[in-house]
Design a protein around this ligand. Structure first.
Ligand code: SAM
Length: 219
């Protein structure tokens, strides 16, 4: 069955309500995050100004849809790479209590992320202010990365955080299938393609497992 496209702010909110049943506090946090994001966008370029009228579709629901693809609870770490303004990491963390690590190399963006965490009192979120290449290796239950790097580079940089049960959630816009086809076969087989709920032409690569050196060698 074809999925409903979240093509209006109202539909995006209704879908979030139906999918995650947020508490009134979680709704308040999503609203507050949206306000902080818009305000901060005057100071630093976090999101394209043209997307602000559709913020709930383009950023909030677009981020939340990743959580719908991995609704595991518990204490498995969610690692969000190149988090920028906290997309998808902050949205996911508002809706889910799993530990969240936001990896972001730019100082100003990290300052904003820490302000949001303080304002919303979401203590299960940490900001790792460093290039991904330099951070300590930790096992991630989930790895997300929105608009971070081309797929082959992204996988190269993040393989060391994966385990056999790692869920990879990689929104890849219109080039998802093309980028996937460029990977070595063993990596390709780990992924399937999900249609984005927020953009008819965008897709998300969803994978499970550890990408090891051996597989890399079988190019
Ligand atoms: C295009 S932005 C996307 C931000 C956010 N994920 C989003 O979808 O709005 C890419 C982000 O990745 C960060 N970034 C780029 N290379 C990085 C690296 N090697 N390590 C950590 N962060 C990096 C940039 O500073 C930037 O904030």
């Amino acid at each position: 069955m074809e999925r409903e496209l979240l093509d209006s702010e109202e539909r995006a909110r209704v879908w979030i309500g139906e999918t995650f049943a947020p508490s009134s506090r979680q709704w308040e946090y999503l609203e507050r995050f949206a306000e902080l994001l818009i305000a901060e966008n005057d100071r630093q370029n976090l999101i394209a100004a043209s997307t602000i009228p559709n913020l709930w579709v383009r950023h909030i629901a677009d981020s939340a849809q990743l959580l719908a693809l991995d609704q595991r609870n518990g204490d498995g770490l969610w690692l969000d790479l190149g988090s920028g303004a906290g997309l998808p990491g902050i949205v996911v963390a508002i809706l889910n209590g799993r530990p969240m690590a936001l990896v972001e190399s730019r100082k100003l963006r990290c300052e904003f992320l820490r302000e949001v965490i303080d304002a919303l009192q979401i203590g299960h979120v940490e900001v790792i202010e460093a290039p991904l290449e330099r951070i300590e290796t930790r096992a991630a239950a989930t790895i997300s990365a929105r608009a971070f790097a081309p797929l082959d580079k992204l996988i190269d940089l993040s393989t060391r955080f994966s385990t056999e049960s790692t869920r990879w959630l990689l929104p890849k816009g219109r080039n998802a299938v093309k980028e996937l086809a460029l990977l070595p076969q063993p990596w390709q087989r780990m992924f399937h393609v999900e249609q984005s709920r927020t953009d008819a032409e965008s897709q998300i690569l969803v994978g499970t497992g550890q990408i090891g050196d051996k597989q890399r060698g079988k190019r």
